[in-house]
Design a protein around this ligand. Structure first.
Ligand SMILES: Nc1nc2c(ncn2[C@@H]2O[C@H](COP(=O)(O)OP(=O)(O)OP(=O)(O)O)[C@@H](O)[C@H]2O)c(=O)[nH]1
Length: 345
């Protein structure tokens, strides 16, 4: 007699740098209160910011121990070394976890990650419930992450292909190509025209019929995101991406480094500097925590392109080292010393 063990469902949340993955997951944790969750958070840079933002949410069914950070690399490239042991660790938890959420890095390709769920040791115990691709409504409306639909069509007609060498575009397209659901974020910043344009641009990249769900500040009904029951690991080979023929892929199209700065006197002034630097040096993403002199609270800074958000997120803890550390991510060749100089002024 064979015994069937229920597999733990796992939702993969993918999406380009700064699209709103952490914001969506944070909101989901709150809405799923009562379900025992485990979260795997992956970052491209070697400083974990997102894990820190998800921890301390104070929700009993998602204790800090159930949030596993895999920084320093993309989960798609470190599957055997990092990801499989993380899943083992989660599955060993008592009481049993009801659902696993994975936030991939903004540069990760979801396909190799989902393929890891075909490994016998994982397949027997976990299944991919669905792949959710988070897309940045503002960046789409401004034409920053996806080619213009008409230009795409013109290119298709001209040479019959949609291949191109823009690494940002390729990562975006690979993420969207694997999606079972698209969450279009930042709708609070879009008027009806811009929202329509953003929708159109993402729809132009969808190879299959996939629902696009608009979201402001991560607010999406969990029933839409969770419980899709799609066993994506069985279908993933059918999802065509730019990197299908590569046995291994690295991320040498992108660069990341950390900038340490002294305490700052004025948060708004730092935000202006960050925005100007991102604009001038073509930076894709800056995020981190800041020591503002004479303030008891830690400042969180988030820049997506040149759009900067900053706010005091919590008090510095007793004994915690107050420091200003910013993670900078851009395409290969961004000028590190120019960026360091501009941020430090
Ligand atoms: N106004 C607004 N801001 C948003 C929304 N979603 C995310 N943001 C902001 O966009 C920035 C990036 O959001 P994150 O949730 O950190 O994005 P991410 O995809 O996790 O970023 P990476 O992990 O670095 O790739 C933050 O400043 C968020 O507050 C939204 O719906 N509306």
């Amino acid at each position: 007699m064979s015994v069937t063990v229920d597999r733990v469902p796992c939702t993969v949340v993918t999406g380009f740098l700064g699209a709103g993955k952490t914001t969506l997951i944070r909101s989901l944790i709150e809405r799923l209160d009562g379900k025992r969750l485990a979260i795997v958070v992956n970052e491209f840079g070697d400083v974990g910011i997102d894990g820190e933002l998800l921890k301390g949410c104070g929700i009993e069914s998602c204790p800090d121990d159930n949030i596993i950070e895999l920084a320093n690399g993309c989960i798609c490239c470190t599957v055997a070394d990092d990801f499989v042991p993380a899943i083992d660790q989660i599955l060993a938890r008592e009481p049993r976890v009801d659902h696993i959420l994975i936030e991939t890095s903004g540069l990760a390709l979801p396909k190799p990650l989902v393929q890891a769920f075909q490994w016998p040791a994982i397949r027997a115990r976990v299944t991919v419930d669905g792949v959710v691709a988070v897309v940045d409504g503002v960046a789409l409306a401004e034409g920053r992450v996806a080619d213009d639909h008409d230009a795409l069509e013109a290119q298709r007609e001209a040479d019959g292909s949609i291949d191109h060498d823009d690494p940002v575009e390729e990562v975006f397209e690979d993420q969207v190509a694997c999606a079972d659901l698209i969450v279009l974020t930042k709708t609070d910043l879009l008027d009806a025209g811009a929202l329509g344009q953003a929708r159109e641009r993402v729809a132009a990249h969808l190879p299959r019929s996939v629902k696009i769900v608009p979201a402001a500040k991560g607010s999406v009904d969990p029933a839409i995101l969770i419980g899709l029951g799609l066993a994506v690991e069985e279908d993933i080979e059918n999802r065509k991406t730019h990197h299908d023929d590569e046995l291994d892929h690295d991320h040498d199209d992108f660069d990341s480094f950390v900038v340490d700065l002294p305490a700052v006197d004025n948060a708004d002034e730092l935000a202006r500097r960050i925005s100007a630097t991102a604009e001038a040096e073509n930076v894709l993403r800056i995020k981190g925590f800041v020591d503002v002199a004479n303030k008891p609270m830690r400042l969180q800074v988030q820049a997506v392109g040149s759009r900067v958000n900053h706010y005091f997120d919590r008090a510095w803890a007793p004994g915690e080292t107050r420091q200003t550390r910013l993670v900078v991510i851009g395409e290969k060749g961004i000028d590190r010393s120019a960026i360091e100089r501009m941020l430090a002024v």
